[in-house]
Design a protein around this ligand. Structure first.
Ligand code: SF4
Length: 249
């Protein structure tokens, strides 16, 4: 696939998980099959007719371009920006990038040929598609979504297969916590992670309150989730979305 649907390309810092603070170029694809109640990028849900790119890295000035975007255009931007400053990696995010696996694969192969590390942020609900790109991804950020969250559709077997593809690699699992998150679901998620890869890092991410109905977890909820992980033999990190706190993009 030499073209695909983007929402934007921009430069910033990774805001989630163990690589928070790493300088990255972000390639945000448009389209998502889920509607998570806590989603902070609902503008990425539908395939967009156009996409935007910073005129220069970090600029507030954008240029609009038409979708579908050619892989070559994306790679030219990554090449240009990575000659101007050093980046830790290029992050493919969304939306759900794995709705366009061939496009992700072509961009990731091209990014690697430019000497860049590749980072994939995925909902962890599309194991067959993850299998199509996993070998060209250096760092995997896998959501393990709790099924009780409105708008989430996940299957535990699919989650297992995603974890198996991430096993032994630079990867981590993110679990978003809301105020009413069920510790039993966290326990099941942590036990699954532990059974597939005992060394896999779990990040409990208190939700960013994107709307009135989305309440961040109180101390008791976080403590219960942490205990649920520890009971499964996993010591989690508790990390909020750093980019929201810092005012990064
Ligand atoms: S998978 Fe990601 S982009 Fe899609 S709805 Fe959920 S949080 Fe939003």
């Amino acid at each position: 696939m030499n073209r695909g649907y983007l929402l934007e390309i921009f430069s910033s810092y990774q805001g989630e998980g163990p690589w928070a603070g790493a300088r990255q170029m972000f390639v945000r694809l448009s389209g998502c099959h889920l509607r998570c109640a806590y989603c902070d990028t609902p503008e990425s849900w539908r395939r967009s007719p156009s996409w935007r790119v910073e005129r220069t890295p970090g600029s507030q000035d954008f240029e609009m371009r038409a979708n579908p975007a050619p892989v070559r255009t994306v790679l030219n931007i990554l090449d240009d920006w990575s000659r101007r400053e050093t980046y830790h990696s290029v992050s493919f995010t969304g939306g759900e990038p794995l709705l366009q696996p061939a496009f992700v694969r072509a961009m990731a192969e091209g990014a690697r040929a430019l000497g860049l590390k590749t980072y994939l942020d995925t909902s962890g609900t599309l194991a067959d598609r993850l299998a199509q790109v996993a070998d060209v991804i250096d760092i995997l950020a896998l959501d393990l979504k709790l099924p009780s969250c409105p708008g989430v559709r996940m299957g535990w077997e699919d989650a297992r297969r995603c974890l198996e593809l991430a096993r032994g690699r630079d990867a981590f699992v993110k679990i978003v916590l809301l105020d009413d998150s069920d510790p039993e679901e966290v326990a099941r998620a942590a036990a699954l992670v532990r059974s597939v890869d005992p060394r896999m890092r779990i990040v409990l991410q208190p939700v960013t309150p994107v709307s009135e109905g989305i309440l961040p977890p109180g101390g008791r909820t976080v403590a219960a989730a942490r205990r649920a992980c520890e009971a499964a033999g996993v010591e989690p990190l508790v990390l909020p979305q750093l980019h929201k706190l810092a005012g990064w993009r």
